[in-house]
Design a protein. Sequence first.
Length: 152
Amino acid sequence: MSVSVDEVHAPTMRQRIEDQGITDIKIIKEFAAIAFSNIKDYVSISEGGEVQAICLDKISKRKSAAVKKVKEHTTIKESSDGTSIFKDSRIEYELYDKMDALKYLCKLRGDEPAQKQEITYPDQIHYTPEERAMLKELAIEQAKKELAELRK
């Protein structure tokens, strides 16, 4: 097998990517911004419970990395007497999936995701209809006792 001089000196894909300024640290920071994003960074809630989107230019560049999509909904309405026009504008943020980012960061650390395991119990208890009725009656009696204690 012969190897040409060009192949020996050809940069690897990793080198090409890093030459563009895309480093492991930058990638990790982007995933961390998504994984640890908090809804309070994007909306405020008044004492009355009204939700208001925070203006995008007031969100830091780091936190805005978690924003997948921005939508603006605008409605223009005229008053019933026709003397006024109202503009109602609302902004909606969609964030990237936190769980996907957390899973990827765990994978980078070398952690394996939890595997789904099915557990079966060969010695399951089977009750007769009479036994089920007795258990139900016992549960009702216990609930009555607990309720009476709470009322004291």
